[in-house]
Design a protein. Structure first.
Length: 501
């Protein structure tokens, strides 16, 4: 019997990919006017389930029902018609199109040859306002920040007036303020009866807005539709990983050496940097905190030769550095940069796991004749796969077929193996499950303990407070203050808040 209020059911859904059972007998129900959390480790099957509901994949077994009737969607066109909206984990916008065109893409598709841009833009403005995005619909999407793109995705789903909304990590690249706004939007949708399936790795978010939660573990249902009141964080984590998990304390680090390895002196750049000065010492983790758009990534780009320095200077090991390109940064100066935009910039999606991880060390393992030694290469990749618990059927799997979080891990692994003396890490744990997040923290900590100088860019305040030796706060492309880290969350968040006010 279908329960009162049930809008959507997945019944006994299984789905295999070569070498992976992504879903195994997954049943779940979604009720009218509820926000249903869907959680699980990277590779647990969350996105696959959502893609099946949306008609992007066909299940091997099982069925999807809407209002009690079995449905079969051959493509997303069908599911959109049936009232399903999807905010995907991978940005799905067309970069060369304007914001307005993207928001109303489906309408453009249907309206044939005659498109009134005035109308399109006027309507797009409403949806942009609804998600709190203050940009013109005529802006081209490729100009937007990740957070803005995320909100455009949301506006797009709203424009379709869906009754079932599937959200795959919608908050991954949003600032706390934007998350709050998005949650406001979701709560309104909820009151109007929309049923939502909400994927996130941030468990606090589950408690903040979800009514019920389903946990996937290795493609199985570990808990189905449990009321949020019956859950706590520890229980969620043990359901996700199949055992109890204890977060270990990070050990104290020896004091830093006396000479900075990297110095920025009053740096201006054509990426917007406004007179930034900082010293980075071997063996330390300096946190660079700021909200999305504060100019942290733009500053990092100037350091690695991806933006032009227009004023001031950068010194590496006490000597003026003239970093010409990302490759130059790595090979000549030992500076690595883990991009926040890992999917777009950090990976060759059509290549294997092993190639992607070892690409930065080819120089080192290409001994005679420039031939990369396969065995060494595989050993390095194997170590990273184990360390970061990268879920892949083999080292030769094409990266495109890994789950979103596992792709992130591959991109990180590449830099962690790169033997850099200075490592700039931009938002390392976005989209990464909680267990791996702590594993990554340990790794970053170990690198620093081994003498690597780390500049940690993060919008995740608990993360920066856990890891950083000191915290530089950035706003409007300037450093507005530096704080010693007491590692007390309340204390630090208050101090940081003051600097940002
Ligand atoms: N198109 C595909 N081809 C081959 N394997 C795939 C494909 N899509 C997903 N997989 C595999 O199926 C499993 C489940 O992946 P899925 O993307 O559903 O995970 P997820 O729970 O969304 O993880 P994440 O938190 O990392 O996004 C993973 O092992 C993944 O590598
Ligand atoms: Mg996913």
């Amino acid at each position: 019997m279908m329960q009162e209020g049930t809008v959507l059911e997945t019944l006994h859904i299984s789905k295999a990919f070569p070498g992976v059972q992504a879903l195994d007998d997954v049943s779940l129900t979604l009720r009218r006017g509820e926000i249903h959390g869907l959680i699980g480790e990277n590779g647990a099957g969350k996105s696959t389930l959502i893609k099946i509901i949306f008609g992007l994949y066909q299940p091997d077994k099982g069925e999807v029902r809407i209002d009690g009737k079995p449905v079969k969607f051959d493509s997303p066109m069908d599911s959109v018609k049936a009232g399903i909206g999807f905010i995907p984990q991978e940005r799905n916008l067309i970069p060369g199109f304007t914001v307005g065109e993207n928001v109303l893409l489906e309408k453009l598709n249907q309206s044939g040859v005659f498109v009134s841009y005035k109308k399109i833009n006027a309507e797009a403005v409403q949806w942009l306002e609804a998600v709190g995005l203050d940009i013109l619909p005529t802006v081209v999407v490729s100009e937007l920040s990740p957070a803005q793109m995320q909100l455009v995705e949301t506006a797009k789903a709203l424009a379709l007036k869906t009754k079932i909304l599937l959200l795959d990590e919608p908050t991954a690249s949003l600032t706390p303020h934007e998350v709050e706004f998005l949650f406001g939007v979701l709560k309104k949708l909820k009151t109007s009866g929309v049923a939502m399936l909400f994927v996130t790795h941030k468990l606090e978010e589950i408690f903040a807005i979800c009514d019920r939660v389903t946990v996937l573990r290795d493609g199985h249902v570990a808990a189905q539709g449990e009321p949020i009141e019956s859950m706590d964080k520890d229980r969620m984590i043990s359901l996700m990983i199949g055992r109890k998990y204890v977060v270990t304390q990070l050990p104290p680090k020896p004091p830093r050496k006396d000479k900075p390895i990297l110095e920025a002196r009053d740096v201006y750049s054509d990426s917007g940097t406004q007179g930034v000065s900082l010293d980075l010492y071997p063996g330390e983790i300096a946190g660079l905190y700021g909200l999305v758009g504060a100019g942290r990534t733009e500053f990092a780009r100037a350091l690695i030769g991806d933006a032009r320095i227009t004023g001031g200077e950068v010194l590496v090991n006490g000597k003026v550095a003239n970093v010409k390109s990302v490759a130059d940064a790595l090979h000549r100066y030992g500076i690595g940069y883990v991009s926040e935009n890992r999917k777009a910039e950090g990976l060759i999606l059509s290549h294997s796991v092993v190639t992607n991880i070892t690409i930065t060390v080819w120089d080192r393992i290409a001994k005679m004749l420039g031939v990369v030694r396969k065995r060494e290469e595989r050993a390095i990749a194997r170590r990273s796969v184990d360390q970061l618990d990268i879920k892949t059927p083999s080292l030769d799997q094409i990266v495109m077929y890994l789950s979103g979080g596992n792709q992130q891990k591959v991109a990180l692994a590449k830099w962690l193996t790169a033997n850099t003396r200075i490592l700039i890490i931009d938002e390392p744990t976005i989209g990464i499950d909680i267990k791996t997040k702590y594993a990554l923290h340990d790794l970053i900590w170990d690198l620093a303990a081994n003498g690597v100088a780390i500049l940690l860019i993060s919008s995740d305040m608990p993360e920066i407070i856990r890891l950083a030796d000191r915290i530089l706060v950035m706003k409007d492309h300037r450093i507005v203050g530096e704080l010693a880290n007491s590692r007390e969350y309340g204390d630090m968040s208050q101090k940081i808040g003051k600097l940002l006010a």
